[in-house]
Design a protein around this ligand. Structure first.
Ligand SMILES: [Zn+2]
Ligand SMILES: [Zn+2]
Length: 214
């Protein structure tokens, strides 16, 4: 599905995360690995040139986002990037909860706060936003108001913190940072339906979400 200018939403089936393809250059998250073939088929349907994908960015440690990393890396010949604090092990990926066979993702480059992910049409800033997990990041294009939020925030809620590595206080701080952006025009979350100004996603919506935290 085409979600925003030059951004496709792929996968999101079963327990898998959403997989976004930005500008035919960057893939954000990979899913568990159960739907790799279907995701590749979707790419073909949308005329994605697989050789054009240079980077796979992992928003955080969890298996529903990282399980298919090595498979996509091999099939696309892309580099894998994740935050320096995203230590992805069998335990931190909670692969057991997804009934997945853990394979350690082969990461080429570590991201830090304020790093930039540039594509033909977007310049995303990397923000370290822990709380759902220690190595959670969001990608924010302030000029276009496009936020790839991983499992920090969804259209109608926020990521779980009652799992190993989760921290309620930290997620609240991270959500407050997002709220300060003020002008998110397109929210591309790790699960569920994306949101935009047309379906009323503003800082009031974020405040509502923050108020759900004790
Ligand atoms: Zn997830
Ligand atoms: Zn997660």
């Amino acid at each position: 599905m085409k979600i925003a200018e030059n951004i496709l939403l792929l996968n999101g089936a079963g327990m898998d995360s959403n997989v976004y393809c930005v500008d035919n250059e960057v893939l954000v998250d990979t899913g568990t690995g159960s739907f790799v073939e279907q995701t590749l088929e979707q790419m073909e349907r949308f005329d994605v040139d697989k050789k054009g994908i240079e980077k796979i960015v992992l928003t955080h440690e969890h298996f529903d986002h990282t399980g298919a990393t090595n498979e996509f890396k091999k099939k696309l010949g892309a580099e894998v990037l994740a935050h320096s604090e995203a230590e992805i092990t069998e335990k931190t990926s909670i692969s057991e909860a997804f009934e997945g066979d853990f394979v350690s993702p082969d990461i080429d480059e570590r991201l830090e706060e304020n790093d930039k992910i540039k594509t033909s049409n977007y310049t995303f800033e990397v923000l370290h936003t822990p709380g759902h997990s220690p190595g959670s990041i969001v990608l924010w294009d302030s000029e276009k108001g496009v936020l790839l939020s991983g499992d920090l925030i969804f259209t109608d809620g926020f990521g779980r913190t009652d799992i190993p590595g989760g921290d309620e206080k930290k997620i609240k701080e991270s959500l407050r940072r997002i709220k300060e952006f003020g002008d998110i025009s397109v929210l591309l979350p790790g699960h569920g339906t994306p949101a935009s100004k047309e379906n009323i996603y503003d800082d009031g919506a974020i405040e509502n979400i923050i108020s759900q935290i004790q």
